[in-house]
Design a protein around this ligand. Structure first.
Ligand code: CA
Length: 364
């Protein structure tokens, strides 16, 4: 009898413990519905698609409890105002290129790319193991945002021009759609830069509001149809050697997430970061073949233009660092990292690439 009583009490104890612990379990996996504003149009399934990768992974890893609904640029937030929307809490999250916000602070460019800066591998190295993420988060914190690297395009193309651009003189007065900090470099050489969201480029080029436009590379540019209006396709996009896309989360909203959801979201962004560059690397060459077959004229920028742009970029960095303490702080930390990364890549990657890429261009 005593034993039965004990067993009964023990069972009751278990039941009571289960009752008490149930709310704690529910709280650790709450149902959450967030909205994410992307800067990009849905048709661009790689740069826009990265946000969908994040959304799907987060939903799958939480048994559908943490839902992130992705909106294309312009649907609920204009493509170039994602930072403002996340800062103000209009949406909980965003997916964008931080260099769109250089008008607020030029330092944002380091979160994406600065002209003649890092390639995709080096950008990841700087962010995750070179102090970049911590430095950038100091800046984002002042905007009530935490950001995660969430995509990269790899080195971009130089864009589509109606007429040939052979010399620096050919740049004078050119109305060129170009993203980020690079517009300021080109202003020094007479270009009239225009920053337009991805979905607005084709109409502007078609109407003649702009003379030339760069976006990303063959796969995206074909989807935007830029080759249908301007046939001269220049390379490389020296302003974007490895531009990173970022996922923004409003800091107040971030604080409301259980630790497990924070970890899942962070991991999903890391997945998107490699997913995007892999997809571009796989899709760009077939797209470039189609573009050339369709009449695109492929040309490298002349050495004169490259050298003039390089000199203008260095001048701009000096001027910006002198005028902006945030920029100076990040630039002075970034530069020695860049120098070392370049030295290492010269020894290893560049030697490998130069030999193998030259060899693969030969028959047999
Ligand atoms: Ca671009």
């Amino acid at each position: 009898m005593k034993r039965r009583t004990f067993l009964k009490s023990a069972a009751l104890g278990v039941a009571a413990a289960a009752t008490i612990s149930a709310p704690a379990v529910a709280q650790s996996a709450p149902e959450i519905k967030w909205r994410l504003a992307s800067s990009f149009p849905k048709t661009l399934d790689t740069i826009f698609g990265a946000a969908e990768v994040i959304s799907k992974r987060v939903a799958d890893a939480t048994d559908g409890k943490f839902q992130i609904r992705v909106f294309a640029g312009g649907e609920i937030v204009p493509g170039l105002q994602v930072l403002d929307a996340v800062q103000q809490g209009t949406v909980e999250m965003g997916h964008t290129a931080s260099y769109y916000y250089v008008g607020k602070d030029a330092t944002f460019a380091f979160d994406t790319a600065i002209p003649f800066g890092l390639n995709a591998r080096q950008q990841s190295a700087w962010m995750h193991h070179g102090g970049g993420l911590a430095l950038m988060r100091e800046l984002f914190k002042t905007y009530n945002v935490i950001q995660f690297p969430a995509g990269n395009t790899g080195a971009q193309m130089g864009g589509w021009f109606r007429k040939e651009i052979n010399s620096v003189a050919d740049l004078t007065g050119l109305k060129f759609r170009i993203g980020g900090f690079a517009g300021k470099v080109l202003t020094k050489l007479g270009v009239v830069p225009q920053q337009l969201a991805g979905g607005d480029i084709y109409p502007a080029l078609e109407k003649g509001t702009i003379d030339a436009a760069e976006w990303v590379g063959p796969y995206d540019d074909e989807r935007l149809g830029l080759n249908k209006i301007a046939k001269h396709y220049y390379y490389p996009g020296w302003w974007e050697g490895g531009p990173q896309l970022s996922c923004y989360v409003n800091l107040d909203q971030w604080a409301t997430l259980p630790k497990s959801y924070q970890a899942i979201l962070e991991a999903a962004c890391a997945e998107a970061n490699t997913w995007m560059v892999a997809k571009y690397d796989a899709q760009n060459m077939p797209a470039l073949r189609r573009l050339v077959a369709d009449g695109a004229v492929l040309k490298p920028f002349s050495k004169e233009i490259m050298e003039a742009c390089y000199a203008a970029a260095l001048e701009l960095y000096g001027e910006t660092a002198a005028a902006n303490a945030n920029f100076k702080k990040v630039y002075e930390a970034w530069k020695p990292f860049r120098d070392d990364a370049n030295l290492w890549f010269r020894v290893s990657e560049n030697t490998f690439d130069n030999f193998v890429l030259a060899r693969s261009a030969q028959k047999g």
